[in-house]
Design a protein around this ligand. Structure first.
Ligand code: MN
Ligand code: MN
Length: 468
């Protein structure tokens, strides 16, 4: 067979995964950079689940979303939100079809790995003031030392007043850090296994070193810090017991690479899918065929437990309430529903290729990634999307000219992980994971590719307006 014949046959039979750099037009690249700027802004300003919910709400209210009223009957095109304890959120646009035709759901999460202050955090040791922390989610602890940290969260004062905290983000504000051992003296530390290189109880955050001026007395550095905090917030030590204070990287979001093709920043898992979901549902200017829902869950990184996690019934209760007035049984609505579990997947990293399987990994710049199953070691604990539903979603992407790819979370038996997909699947709907490939996932500085972010936004928009 002639060479050209072989090429022709290959083109016909082989799966092709074009690269955004070759496949997209200059006009598309203009839109990609434009969209990236809005995403970077969100990422910079939404460093906790509460801040992400607040920002999402602000954007939604600006597009005429109103608080859901269970007593009211809604018509097609109306836009509502449910704010679950300021940490999880539902945005919905009522569709033209009845509810027993099902919902179209985008389910992302807005919590990210970080260092939480313990309930009784502040102590003094050897004239230094420090905060004890308990890390949240899956982190590699050694990545969190010698890194500028900011403090975000909320304090509820004894008198009931709620004080939002966000310090260290402005240029003239101080920052914090966890100290590490100098290499000159790490002979014993360097013998530890990497996972023990920094231990949980060594993640102590440095917050001060100056004593309160007095002739005598103990714990004067701690006293001085408490005095500064009292002056700023009017709180006393006991108010820490109920506070939610999160130390997050104070590193600004930036373009990565001389070609500016990538974005570096903290918390892209999963605020990249949260932001693309927000902008997709906000872009609906007509009533969609099916009622469109964007869910923003909390607590995904710690197992989706708690009343703001995806295992809580808050979403079910919302759907039950919607169904009640139209005489549709919620289970019929769930059974006919489709969901994209909007979450990130690992991107192929040549430096760490030994744990990634080339043929089934996702790559930067090859578009939105559809992950049929997650889980680990023999597909345990996964919601494996059906062939029918996977084919339907892939066809939607392909037929609309998206760049898309499939992915798997590493080689078999190398590890694994899960998403909220299985909790939505529990309700009886079709679910597949769709999101953005990420380098350095769960680190203080994660990397995404701009083209993939834009493709996720477009994929989510197509899914919400798909008529079949
Ligand atoms: Mn995630
Ligand atoms: Mn994660």
């Amino acid at each position: 067979m002639a060479k050209s014949e072989v090429e022709k046959l290959k083109k016909q039979l082989f799966a092709a995964r074009p690269h955004a750099g070759q496949a997209l037009t200059p006009e598309q690249w203009r839109k990609i950079h434009e969209y990236s700027a809005t995403y970077k802004n969100f990422l910079q300003n939404a460093k906790t689940e509460r801040e992400a919910v607040e920002l999402a709400l602000e954007l939604a209210r600006g597009r005429n979303f109103t608080e859901y009223d269970p007593e009211k009957t809604y018509c097609a095109g109306e836009k509502v939100y449910v704010n679950n304890r300021k940490k999880a959120l539902i945005l919905a646009v009522i569709g033209k079809n009845p509810l027993d035709a099902g919902l179209r759901i985008l389910a992302s999460h807005v919590d990210s790995p970080r260092l939480d202050a313990k309930q009784n955090p502040l102590y003094e040791d050897s004239d230094l003031a420090l905060f004890k922390t308990h890390y949240y989610g899956g982190i590699k602890k050694y990545q969190w030392t010698a890194l500028p940290l900011a403090l975000h969260g909320v304090i509820v004062r004894g008198d009931g007043q709620i004080l939002p905290v966000s310090i260290c983000e402005q240029e003239d504000e101080p920052q914090f850090c966890v100290t590490d051992l100098l290499p000159h003296l790490d002979r014993e530390q360097s013998k530890r296994k990497l996972s023990q290189g920094i231990k949980g109880e060594e993640l102590n955050v440095l917050v001060g070193s100056m004593p309160f001026r007095a002739d005598e007395g103990s714990e004067l550095v701690k006293l001085n810090i408490l005095r500064l905090i009292f002056d700023k917030y009017g709180i006393v030590e006991e108010d820490f017991l109920s506070a939610e204070l999160e130390f997050v990287p104070a590193v600004p979001v930036r373009d990565i690479g001389l070609d500016r093709s990538m974005i570096g920043g903290y918390g892209q898992d999963d605020r990249v899918c949260a932001y693309t979901s927000i902008s997709a549902i906000l872009a609906l200017d007509h009533a969609p065929p099916h009622t469109a829902v964007a869910l923003f869950a909390d607590k995904e990184e710690t197992g989706s437990d708690g009343n703001t996690g995806m295992q809580s019934a808050f979403f079910e209760h919302f759907v039950e309430s919607l169904c009640e007035k139209s005489g549709v049984r919620p289970r019929d609505c769930f059974a006919a529903s489709e969901c994209l579990s909007a979450d990130v997947n690992v991107a192929y990293d040549p430096t760490w290729s030994s744990v990634l399987e080339k043929n089934n990994a996702a790559y930067l710049n090859k578009g939105v990634v559809a992950t049929k199953y997650t889980g680990s070691g023999g597909k345990f604990s996964t919601s494996d999307a059906s062939a029918e539903f996977t084919a339907k979603i892939i066809a939607l992407f392909r037929d609309n000219g998206l760049l898309w790819q499939t992915g798997e979370l590493g080689k078999v038996d190398e590890g694994g992980g899960g998403t909220v997909a299985k909790y939505l699947a529990k309700l009886g709907m079709d679910v597949i994971d769709v999101g953005v490939p990420i380098l350095s996932m769960h680190s203080p500085f994660e990397v995404s590719a701009k083209a993939d972010v834009w493709m996720a936004y477009r994929a989510f928009g197509l899914f919400l307006t798909n008529d079949v």
